[in-house]
Write a protein that binds this ligand. Structure first.
Ligand code: PSV
Ligand code: MN
Length: 387
């Protein structure tokens, strides 16, 4: 069995990207709840994100959503973030909140609407130049509700053409990541429903196009770690949107619903070379806090990712390979489960203290007074949310 001290340095480079929208209000289609202390501005979201990083050492990047996070001067926002100790990360486009996109955006039959959606992505690329972001992440709310409503094949062709135009606009050091989701908001068919469709598009685009895997975007029972293994094998896993689901796209704290699944995913990430300094995989969170406090919610998520990474690193890979090759089914399974069942919490607490971080970031945050401070300070104005 691998020991914690053998993996301690491997945990050092872990960098998780937190979503700006996690700090704003969110909810369900039934209600969005306001909470005291919610940021009113992008700067306040960044301050909260930087707080998560300060207490955990795990979240040095913040992902932005456009237009939710539009500001006049992104170069100034970049400096503002850097002064807080974080950097601006992935830029997410948004073609799901405009009436023009009711029947599609990049797939729309009307060339003017397609161009409008393409122009939005050009705007996102301009933002990336100012923020120094590497990745443009595209999730499309496109699909149809009824058989016969749209030409499935024609929509794919238009999508490929639109994506090509966007991809060609990227600079050499920028990447496109295409997220898939099996349903919602369209219910009959979705234009990018699965990893295979995303892969087909990004493979056609070129070397700087990758798949984004949102853990909440699969049918129940899907073996997500298999998808991870396959995409890494193909060199096309660009990023994760980590969150948890019980039923559909629940956007809950990652590792909350199924810690074992998170372990299995991270094991395949490590196995496939997706973890470490040479990795091309961005570890992002995509979660919304409906009822729980937002900053502790993010802290819990990044700690869950760290904890399951540590456990996955503990797998004795040479013993596992030997058991697999000799066909020892139960021993191979036991080796994997031994690592999963190892409680690394005390070791991680000591690891943090050695690195000048609080042993228990959650307690340290709750006792820091930051929450009380923002609740007292952030009075008036309009709280941030999905708009
Ligand atoms: C869509 O459900 C999604 O996962 C995409 O990543 C969006 O940009 C994001 O959620 C918004 O939370
Ligand atoms: Mn997502």
């Amino acid at each position: 069995m691998t020991t914690f001290s053998e993996i301690a340095t491997l945990l050092e480079g872990q960098a998780i990207e937190v979503p700006s929208w996690a700090y704003g209000n969110s909810g369900t289609r039934f209600n969005v709840f306001g909470t005291a202390g919610t940021p009113r501005t992008v700067e306040e979201k960044l301050a909260d994100a930087a707080t998560v990083h300060r207490f955990t050492g795990l979240a040095p990047l913040v992902s932005l959503h456009i237009p939710w996070d539009l500001v006049d001067d992104f170069a100034a926002l970049r400096r503002y973030a850097e002064d807080l100790g974080v950097a601006l990360g992935t830029i997410n486009s948004n073609t799901f909140q405009d009436d023009d996109y009711r029947l599609g955006a990049l797939t729309h039959t009307d060339a003017k609407i397609r161009q409008k959606a393409i122009d939005h992505h050009f705007e996102c690329i301009d933002v990336m130049h100012a923020t120094g972001s590497r990745d443009l992440k595209i999730w499309l709310a496109e699909g149809t509700n009824y058989p016969g409503q749209g030409d499935l094949r024609g929509r794919q062709d238009r999508l490929a053409e639109s994506l090509r135009t966007i991809y060609d606009r990227l600079a050499d050091d920028q990447r496109l990541v295409l997220e898939y989701k099996f349903f919602e908001p369209a219910f009959y068919h979705t234009d990018v429903p699965d990893w295979g469709t995303s892969y087909a598009h990004v493979a056609a685009l070129g070397e700087r196009a990758f798949v984004c895997l949102d853990t909440g975007h699969h049918a129940p029972g899907t073996n997500i770690e298999f998808i991870v293994a396959q995409l890494l094998r193909l060199g096309k896993l660009g990023s994760f949107d980590f969150n948890s689901r019980f039923y559909a796209d629940d956007d809950l704290i990652v590792g909350a619903a199924d810690p074992f699944q998170l372990f299995r995913i991270l094991f395949e990430v490590i196995r496939g070379g997706g973890y470490g300094p040479d990795s091309q995989v961005a570890f992002m969170l995509d979660q919304c806090h409906n009822i729980e406090a937002k900053i502790p919610g993010q802290i819990r998520s990044v700690l869950n990712v760290q904890e399951m990474t540590a456990r996955a690193l503990l797998v004795d890979s040479s013993a596992l390979a030997e058991a697999q090759e000799s066909g020892d089914v139960l021993l191979a399974n036991e080796i994997l489960m031994d690592a999963f069942y190892t409680d690394v919490r005390a070791d991680l607490a000591a690891w943090r203290e050695e690195r000048g971080l609080p042993a228990n970031p959650m307690r340290a945050y709750l006792e820091s007074g930051y929450q009380q401070q923002i609740e007292a300070d952030r009075i008036g104005g309009t709280q941030a949310g999905w708009n």
